[in-house]
Ligand binder design. Structure first.
Ligand code: HEM
Length: 442
C-alpha cells in the first residue's frame, strides 16, 4: 500500500490541532507533506486528505461500490431517510426524487420570496453604526427555506421558525458525540433532542395534512408529495420529514454564512463594491454572479467533504488507500492553490467573468453523485439577497483587518459575524407579513 506521508502524533493531538487551526493547520500540513497527507483524527479515524485536482476528480467520479459517504451520526440526527444517511442504490433512488424541485429553471419562482425576506430584514438594519449581518442573513435564509421548501405559512411557519434553529443546533452538536446506551431521561441532551423531534414531526404532519389540494402549489414539499419512486410508490411521511429537515440543515447556515462573508469581503474591496453597485443600477448581473463564485472560492464555509473506502482498496492517483479509510477532499486547500487559481489569496471576482468554474477545481458544493443538491437554490438566493442589499443600502468600506474563520458547528463564519456599516440608499415599502399567523417577526 502507498499512503501519503503524514504526522505520527497521537490521534487526539492531531484532532486538537485540526480543531483549533482548521485552515492554517491544513496549510501547514501541505507545506510539510505536500498536497496529500495521511492523518489520524477522532470521529474520522485514519484518513487521507487530498487537494490535487486530478485526484479529486477521480474520487468524485468513482462508483459508490468503491467509495461512499462517510459513516457519521447524521442518520440519528436527521433521520434514517435523510439523503446524508442513505448509501448506494437507496441514495440514488432518494436523490432522484429530490432533484427536479431544485432544478435551476424552477428556481425563478422563489426569487420573490427571497427578495421580500431581504427587504423586511433591511428595514431593521441600523444606520451608520457597525452591526453583524449574520443574524439577519440567518433569518433571511431560514424564512426563505420555510416558505419555498416547506411551503409553511401561518402557525406552522411561526412554530418551525422558533423550533428549527434550536433543533438543528443541538443536533449538530450531538452528531459528533456517541449515543448513550442507557436512556438518560428527558432532560439529557438526547432526551431533549427526541422531544424536539416529536414536536417537529407533529408540525410536519399538520403541513402534509393541509396540503390536500396541491394544484397551483410551487413549494418543494408539494412536489415531494406528488413525486413517485420508480416502482410507483410515494414518499412516506417519515421520509418527507427527514428530507425536509436535511434540506434545512444543509441549506440554512451554509447560505447565511456565505452571505456574511460576501459583506466582509466587499467592505474590504471598495473597487469591486462600487462596480457592483453600478451594475445593479444598470440592471446587470454578470459581475455579481462572478462575485458570488469568488466569495465561495476564497471563503468556502464547508472546509472538507469526505468519502469512505468500501472496497478492499482504492487506487487514487499516486496512492493506494485501504478499506475503511476516509478520503477527505480539502476544499480550503485546492481553492488556495496558486497553480489552480493564480494569485489565490487575492479576492478577484474578475477571474470568473465570462468563464464557468471548473467543477473539479471550484468545489464549495462538493462533487460527484453527492454534490450539493441545493447549489442552484443557494446561488439564486445569494444573488437576490446581494442584489437587494446593493440596491437599497450603501455598504461602507473599511480598512479593518480581515475577519477570522469561526466554526459554528455546520459552517465556518466570519468571526465578527460580517460586521457592516450601512446608510439608506432607497426606501422600500416593507412587504406585509402575510405569511405568518402573528405577523410578528423578530
Ligand atoms: C452556500 C450554500 C451551500 C453550501 C456551501 C453547500 C455545501 C454543500 C456540501 C459541501 C455538500 C456535500 C457535498 C459532497 O459530499 O460532495 C452539500 C450537500 C448537500 N446540500 Fe448543500 N450547500 C449549500 C446550500 C444548500 C441548500 C440551499 C440546500 C437545500 C435547500 C442544500 C442541500 C444539500 C443536500 C440535500 C446535500 C446532500 C446531497 C447528497 O448527499 O446527495 N445545500 N452541500
Amino acid at each position: 500500500m502507498t499512503l501519503p506521508p503524514g504526522p505520527s502524533t497521537p490521534r487526539f493531538v492531531q484532532g486538537a490541532y485540526a480543531l483549533t487551526m482548521p485552515f492554517r493547520g491544513m496549510r501547514r500540513m501541505r507545506e510539510r507533506y505536500g498536497d496529500a497527507f495521511t492523518i489520524d483524527v477522532p470521529i474520522f479515524g485514519r484518513g487521507v486528505v487530498i487537494s490535487d485536482p486530478a485526484e479529486i476528480k477521480q474520487l468524485f467520479t468513482t462508483g459508490t461500490d468503491v467509495v461512499d459517504n462517510l459513516d457519521a451520526n447524521l442518520g440519528r440526527v436527521l433521520g434514517r431517510g435523510s439523503l446524508f444517511a442513505l448509501r448506494g442504490e437507496a441514495h440514488r433512488r432518494g436523490r432522484k426524487l429530490l432533484v427536479p424541485p431544485f432544478h435551476g429553471r424552477r428556481l425563478a419562482t422563489y426569487e420573490r420570496i427571497v427578495e421580500e425576506e431581504t427587504v423586511r430584514e433591511l428595514a431593521s438594519w441600523p444606520r451608520g453604526r457597525p452591526f453583524p449581518v449574520l443574524p439577519s442573513t440567518m433569518r433571511i435564509t431560514l424564512n426563505a427555506i420555510l416558505r419555498a421548501v416547506f411551503g409553511a405559512e401561518g402557525a406552522e411557519f411561526d412554530e418551525l421558525r422558533e423550533l428549527l434553529p434550536r433543533f438543528v443546533g443541538l443536533g449538530s452538536r450531538l452528531a459528533v458525540l456517541p449515543v448513550p446506551r442507557a436512556d438518560l431521561g428527558r432532560w439529557s441532551p438526547w432526551g431533549r433532542f427526541l422531544a424536539m423531534r416529536r414536536e417537529y414531526d407533529a408540525v410536519i404532519d399538520r403541513l402534509v395534512g393541509k396540503a390536500g389540494d396541491l394544484d397551483g402549489r410551487e413549494d418543494v414539499l408539494a412536489m415531494m408529495l406528488q413525486s413517485r419512486y420508480e416502482d410507483g410508490s410515494p414518499m412516506s411521511r417519515g421520509e418527507v420529514a427527514d428530507q425536509l429537515l436535511t434540506l434545512l440543515a444543509a441549506g440554512h447556515e451554509t447560505t447565511a454564512t456565505t452571505l456574511a462573508w460576501a459583506v466582509e469581503r466587499l467592505r474590504r474591496h471598495p473597487g469591486v463594491l462600487r462596480a457592483l453597485v453600478d451594475e445593479v443600477d444598470a440592471g446587470g448581473r454578470e459581475l455579481r454572479e462572478a462575485t458570488v463564485l469568488e466569495v465561495q472560492r476564497s471563503r468556502p464555509v464547508i472546509d472538507m467533504v469526505g468519502r469512505q473506502v468500501r472496497a478492499e482498496r482504492l487506487e487514487l492517483g499516486r496512492w493506494t488507500v485501504p478499506k475503511g479509510y476516509a478520503v477527505l477532499v480539502s476544499i480550503g486547500l485546492i481553492h488556495d492553490d496558486d497553480r489552480v487559481f493564480p494569485d489565490a489569496r487575492a479576492f478577484d471576482p474578475s477571474r470568473f467573468l465570462g468563464a464557468r468554474p471548473d467543477l473539479y477545481h471550484w468545489i464549495p458544493f462538493g462533487g460527484g453523485t453527492r454534490r450539493c443538491l441545493g447549489a442552484a437554490f443557494a446561488n439564486m438566493e445569494m444573488n437576490v439577497v446581494l442584489r437587494t442589499v446593493l440596491r437599497d443600502v450603501t455598504l461602507t468600506p473599511t480598512t479593518e483587518r480581515d475577519e477570522r474563520w469561526h466554526s459554528r458547528g455546520i459552517a465556518y463564519a466570519p468571526a465578527k459575524g460580517g460586521l457592516a456599516v450601512v446608510h439608506r440608499r432607497r426606501a422600500r415599502a416593507v412587504p406585509p407579513a402575510a405569511a405568518t399567523a402573528t405577523g410578528a417577526r423578530p
